[in-house]
Write a protein that binds this ligand. Structure first.
Ligand code: 5GP
Length: 213
């Protein structure tokens, strides 16, 4: 944390399936001292996914219990499964002055911004729908029907871009990572009214030391 800041920043990253937002988030975590929130979901684990690392895998009953307890910062139904951001960890990290990334869908991002207006929403776009289709096909895990569904869902998701603060086109992955980092750095230099007193108090404190020398 720098002198001029107290709370950490909440960066919310969304984008259609296949845009590479997961790769971008992974690189951000490797290259920066930040945290990512592990979501809870009711979908079944994919091969290689680890409980508590990829997601907290839960039953619908467990998920609904957490909703009832007010345990989510946001949650949404995505492709027929529940996904939600556990609130406690995110709040704790931000209070400690640490930045947190959420990689969540559009509906969840919009809801999170309502609950936490200081959050910064970044939308990752594919260079074209043709390229997006090629990337999803390249995974080799989806049927033609599912690919078509994902593409029409992609267009629907993109229509919410006006609710976002920034967009990054992921054409060349290294450039997209650098652009996303640039946004994060710039946000640390934003003058936020609630931080102004804190910033000035720091310098006033320091001035006292000098005048007593
Ligand atoms: P997948 O099943 O491929 O891991 O994720 C499907 C979608 O759910 C992705 O768009 C992902 O960003 C979104 N997602 C993952 N975790 C959360 C969450 O906690 N909340 C919301 N609203 N969406 C999530």
């Amino acid at each position: 944390m720098e002198i001029a800041e107290k709370k950490g920043k909440l960066f919310i990253i969304s984008g259609p399936s296949g845009t590479g937002k997961g790769t971008i988030c992974k690189a951000l975590l490797e290259r920066n001292d930040i945290d990512i929130s592990v979501s809870m979901t009711t979908r079944t684990p994919r091969e290689g996914e680890i409980h508590g690392v990829s997601y907290y895998f839960a039953t619908r009953e467990e998920f609904e219990q957490t909703i009832a307890e007010g345990g989510f910062l946001e949650y949404a139904d995505v492709f027929g499964n529940y996904y939600g951001t556990p609130k406690a960890m995110v709040v704790e990290k931000l209070q400690q002055g640490r930045d947190v990334i959420l990689e969540i869908d559009v509906q969840g991002a919009i809801d999170a911004k309502k609950v936490y207006p200081e959050s910064i929403l970044i939308f990752i776009l594919p260079p074209s729908l043709k390229e997006l289709r090629a990337r999803i096909e390249g995974r080799g895990t989806e049927t033609e029907e599912v690919i078509n569904l994902r593409l029409s869902k992609a267009l629907e998701e993109m229509s919410y871009i006006d609710k976002y603060d920034y967009f990054v086109v992921n054409d060349i992955i290294d450039d997209a990572i650098i652009r996303t980092e640039a946004i994060m750095h710039a946000e640390h230099g934003r003058v936020v009214p609630e931080d102004v007193k804190y910033i000035l108090d720091k310098y006033k404190e320091e001035e006292k030391c000098y005048t007593h020398q």
